[in-house]
Every structure is written in structure tokens, then in C-alpha cells.
Design a protein around this ligand. Structure first.
Ligand SMILES: Cc1cc2nc3c(=O)[nH]c(=O)nc-3n(C[C@H](O)[C@H](O)[C@H](O)COP(=O)(O)OP(=O)(O)OC[C@H]3O[C@@H](n4cnc5c(N)ncnc54)[C@H](O)[C@@H]3O)c2cc1C
Length: 481
């Protein structure tokens, strides 16, 4: 009998770990509380693949960040996910900040980060003409990049399913019992029996730890607010532009995204409610004014949306990747704050290796196929290729989201290919439908119609994200009557 490994949490960390586990002859179950993958921190962050000069040398953060950043380009290619090696700059506005930049350079060298150099003001201006003339120099990290974080997690979970993993969505783990050597997990309407359990529950990983009586760490929420600018502004800068970091984080950055937008943020505010993703007038005003210190000519008239991501801040300095003191087969992969996205490709094999050391037999799965086709691919074809696809399936000839060129053929595929998109946000995270300049103004009614048709439900039942987030409440004719 193959051992069963249960992974709690379908963020980028849990999804990549589930995929990594399918490289071996194991039963793998990925359990996610929400209706879709990547709805936690993975769904709302800066999307930077950090080079690795920031973490303290010798820490897990330092080791896994540098390794993960090196693994990201080929992983993203295998999974059909957008990645760009655009490089990053940490700006200094004074000689004191320049000292900090040199410290980061030395730390980066110690961490083994490739592509680091310290630039003077002229070199910086030559590289990024829109940078403030007040900047006196910068740290260049040419190995840094940007990635699409939610596509990465969705594709990783999907690839785990392609390779035999079971995915349970809308299944919050609410109880964990031990029967002999087995864990019995209660998750919604499911009960999962497992030999090993990984706690990848992000901001709720301390609560999941409590389910096995482990209160060795706690996680506090820290909000980060962002502004997203239209693609018209995407070339304002080509590198990711940081200011010198402080104790609350890496400060306000300005960065292109892999999809050609410009992202500005995040704030860093300790909050009480782990589920609070609201934005505030003050937060966004702070983002604007602070970002303009780096790039004075930012065009905030081109803002198309704002959002908040919530960091999981542990009461320990480093990532918490260790077995629970309550059970030697219960592995915490918790407190994965930044640079968690950058580190995730390396966290996955590291966690699996720890399981092996704890006795999990790793027999190679010869049938493992790590490649996966992107959900959103049609617009990258040549005209001839597009015509050939449309001849085969006319649904690809119907563009539903005009801002992001998403076809009905891709929407139908995303609704039926694991992990299946069953909500508007699910489609958005796979295809970018509704993420463009009009923010879904034109395509939403069509998306609702297609979701209803393909899922065999009424348009009234179509959800935006979680259960209860219906867009349509009553038919206008009925209201009138
Ligand atoms: C504002 C912000 C900016 C950031 N910027 C960057 C960056 O630029 N670069 C970088 O490298 N990192 C960045 N990070 C960090 C990065 O986003 C995280 O490290 C990473 O997404 C963590 O992934 P995760 O899978 O651990 O957590 P999450 O993505 O939060 O996933 C945890 C999952 O567990 C599920 N869950 C919770 N409880 C249960 C339960 N009881 N049962 C089942 N499932 C459960 C949740 O629903 C969730 O889907 C940033 C984070 C934030 C918030």
C-alpha cells in the first residue's frame, strides 16, 4: 500500500509541494479550504522573484530564496506560467542609504546571489531614465525577476492532479485526530486518512497547528495595499524598483508585471483580522506619495484597480519548516512570508526531503510528467495558427474579454480542466478575464452566461469567488412585478 500524504493549504507552497510529492509513488491529497487554489497571500502580492540579498545569511529564507529564484525560470516554463527576468534595483537617496545598499550587496554575495552590482547615479539614470534624479545610487540585482503567482499555484496544483494527486476544494480542515499511526482529517464533507501531514495553511497555519495540540508559534496578519496601473504605463520602468528596506518590510516598490501593467505598493500595516483585505484611502495615498519618491512621473490617472494582500508574520524570524513537537509525522511549512513566493520552488523539494528523513519512502514515479499547457495561450499564436485553431473549434474565434484577448474556447477549457474554474475569480486567475482596463465591465455578463451553461447551473447561482458571492440576486422583471 502506498503511503498517503495530506497537504493542507492550496497556496503556492502547498501546491508546489503536492506536485513535488507526485514525483514519487505516493497517494497525495491537496486540501484547500476555499473554492479555488491561490486565494490567500499567493493571490495578492508583489509577484517579485527576489534575488536573495535581503535575508540574513544562513537562514532558511536566504538559502531557499537563492535556490528558488534560480529554479523559477524553468519551473515557470514547464508549467506554462509567465516569468520575466527583469532585474531589480534598490535605490539610495543619501550616503547613509548608500551604506545600506553596500551592506545588502555584501549580504547578497554571502548568500550566493548572482548578478549583483552597486551603481552610481549616472549608471542608474542610464538604466532607468524615469527614476528620480534625487537617487544617488542603487543595488542592481540582474538575477531577480517577476512571475504570475496565482497562475503558478493553479498550474502546480493542476500538474499535481495530472500526476495523480487528489484535490479537495472548499474543504477546510477543522479537526485532526490520530488513530494508531494514521491521521484522520475532517475537512468539510470529506474525511482523509493520512500517514504524513504538511501544514501549509498560510495565515491560518498556527490555527491548523493547534488542531494537533501544537501552540509553538503564532501568525499575525500584516496588510499590504497596492495600486495597479493600466498597460499604457507598463514601460515606465523595466526593473523592479525598491527603496531601501525597513523593519516592516521591503517598502514601496514600483514594478512592471509579467502581463505588462505597472504595480505600485505595498503598505505594511499590522491588522487584527486575518481576513481583512480592504483598502483604505490613507493607505493608497501613502502608496502614491511614497512611490513618487522613486519615480516622480507616475501617472496615477491610469490606476485600474486597488487591492490588499495579507502577509503571514510569524513570531519567529525565519520560515517555520520543521516537524511538530507533538507529532514527528506532522510537518509545518508555516510563516512563509516574503520571500516565500521566490522560495517556493525550493521549499517543495526541501520539505519532501524532510519527510524522507522522517521515514517516508520515496520511490520514483516513472510516469511523472512535469509539463503543463497554459490556460491562456490563444493570443500568443500567429494569425495562421489562430485560423487553424478556429477552424477546428469555432469557440476560439469568439473573443469574450477584449482587454486581455480571452476566447470562449479558453474559458470552456478552464472550466473543465483541473483545477476547474467554477467562479468568475477562478477564470480571472487562469485567463486574466476581467483584469484589463475595463475590469470586467464588458465581459462579466458573458462570463456568467458561459459559467452557467458549462456548469449546468442558473446564472443566479454563479459566484464571484466564495459561496454567497452571487452577482445576480433577482430577475428585474420579477422585481417589477
Ligand atoms: C503583500 C504581500 C507581498 C508579497 N510580495 C512577495 C514578493 O514580491 N515576492 C515573494 O517572494 N513573496 C512575496 N510575498 C510572500 C508570498 O506571497 C507568500 O510567501 C506566499 O504566497 C505564501 O504561500 P502559502 O502557500 O504559504 O500561503 P497562502 O497563499 O496564504 O496559502 C495558504 C492556503 O491555505 C488555505 N487554508 C488555510 N486554512 C486552511 C484549513 N484549515 N484547511 C485547508 N486549507 C486552509 C488558505 O485558504 C490558503 O489558500 C508577499 C506577501 C504579501 C502578503
Amino acid at each position: 500500500m502506498k503511503p498517503t500524504v495530506a497537504v493542507i493549504g492550496g497556496g503556492v507552497v502547498g501546491s508546489l509541494i503536492a506536485r513535488e510529492l507526485t514525483k514519487y509513488c505516493l497517494n497525495v491529497v491537496l486540501i484547500e479550504a476555499r473554492e479555488d487554489i491561490a486565494t490567500g497571500a499567493t493571490g495578492a502580492n508583489s509577484a517579485i522573484v527576489h534575488g536573495g540579498f535581503d535575508p540574513v545569511p544562513g537562514t532558511l529564507k536566504a538559502k531557499l530564496n537563492v535556490k528558488g529564484a534560480a529554479m523559477m525560470p524553468s519551473l515557470a516554463e514547464d508549467l506554462g506560467v509567465s516569468y520575466k527576468n527583469n532585474g531589480s534595483l534598490v535605490l539610495a537617496f543619501s550616503e547613509k542609504e548608500m551604506e545600506h545598499v553596500r551592506k545588502l550587496y555584501a549580504r547578497g554575495m554571502e548568500n550566493g546571489v548572482p548578478g549583483l552590482s552597486v551603481l552610481n547615479a549616472e549608471e542608474l539614470q542610464a538604466l532607468e531614465p524615469n527614476i528620480s534624479k534625487e537617487a544617488v545610487g542603487a543595488l542592481l540585482c540582474s538575477s531577480a525577476g517577476i512571475v504570475c503567482p496565482y497562475s503558478l499555484a493553479v498550474a502546480a496544483a493542476g500538474n499535481a492532479v495530472d500526476n495523480g494527486a487528489e484535490l479537495l476544494l472548499a474543504s477546510p480542515v477543522t479537526a485532526i485526530q490520530k488513530q494508531g499511526e494514521k491521521f484522520i482529517l475532517t475537512c468539510g464533507e470529506h474525511t482523509v486518512e493520512a500517514d504524513y501531514v504538511l501544514n501549509c495553511a498560510g495565515i491560518r497555519s498556527d490555527e491548523v497547528a493547534r488542531l494537533v495540540g501544537d501552540d509553538s508559534f503564532s501568525i499575525k496578519p500584516r496588510a499590504g495595499e497596492y495600486l495597479l496601473l493600466d498597460k499604457s504605463e507598463g514601460e515606465t520602468v523595466s526593473h523592479t524598483i525598491f527603496q531601501t528596506p525597513n523593519e516592516m518590510g521591503k517598502g514601496i516598490l514600483v514594478t512592471p508585471t509579467v502581463h505588462g501593467n505597472l504595480l505600485v505598493g505595498p503598505t505594511a500595516l499590522n491588522i487584527e483580522d486575518k481576513a481583512d483585505t480592504s483598502t483604505t484611502r490613507e493607505g493608497l495615498a501613502f502608496v502614491r506619495s511614497t512611490a513618487m519618491r522613486s519615480v516622480p512621473n507616475l501617472n496615477f490617472r491610469a490606476v485600474i484597480t486597488s487591492f490588499t494582500g495579507v502577509r503571514s508574520v510569524p513570531n519567529e524570524e525565519d520560515f517555520i519548516i520543521r516537524f511538530s513537537e507533538k507529532d514527528a509525522k506532522f510537518l509545518h511549512v508555516a510563516g512563509i512570508e516574503s520571500p516565500g513566493l521566490s522560495s517556493a520552488p525550493a521549499i517543495a523539494p526541501f520539505a519532501v526531503q524532510l519527510l524522507a528523513e522522517a521515514g517516508l519512502p520515496l520511490e520514483k514515479n516513472e510516469a511523472f510528467d512535469g509539463k503543463r499547457k497554459s490556460y491562456h495561450w490563444f493570443s500568443s499564436l500567429s494569425m495562421e495558427e489562430k485560423n487553424a485553431v478556429i477552424r477546428e473549434n469555432p469557440a476560439f474565434g469568439r473573443v469574450v474579454c477584449r482587454c486581455e484577448t480571452v476566447t470562449e474556447g479558453e474559458i470552456v477549457d478552464a472550466i473543465h480542466r483541473a483545477p476547474k474554474a467554477t467562479t468568475l475569480d477562478g477564470l480571472k486567475h487562469r485567463l486574466r478575464s476581467g483584469m484589463g482596463r475595463c475590469q470586467g465591465g464588458f465581459c462579466t455578463p458573458l462570463l456568467v452566461e458561459i459559467l452557467a451553461r458549462e456548469l449546468g447551473i442558473s446564472p443566479m447561482e454563479v459566484q464571484k469567488s466564495t459561496l454567497g458571492s452571487n452577482l445576480l440576486i433577482e430577475k428585474t422583471k420579477e422585481v417589477a412585478e
